[in-house]
Design a protein. Structure first.
Length: 59
């Protein structure tokens, strides 16, 4: 009985550790997605500026 209880405790501890790992990975992914979104917005702004400059040369 004590052995089974210890195995259950070990399983619960492993599950908790796995949940923490997944949560950390999720936070990291969220931060990366925010960085990608900011970069995308910046790139879009630069593309608009470039388009405006190129349009100045059109006849």
């Amino acid at each position: 009985m004590v052995k089974r209880s210890q195995e259950t405790t070990d399983d619960v501890m492993q599950s908790a550790s796995d949940v923490e790992t997944v949560a950390a990975a999720s936070d990291e992914q969220s931060a990366s997605m925010e960085e990608i979104a900011a970069s995308s917005e910046s790139l879009s702004h630069m593309a608009e500026e470039l388009s405006d400059i190129v349009n100045q040369f059109k006849l």
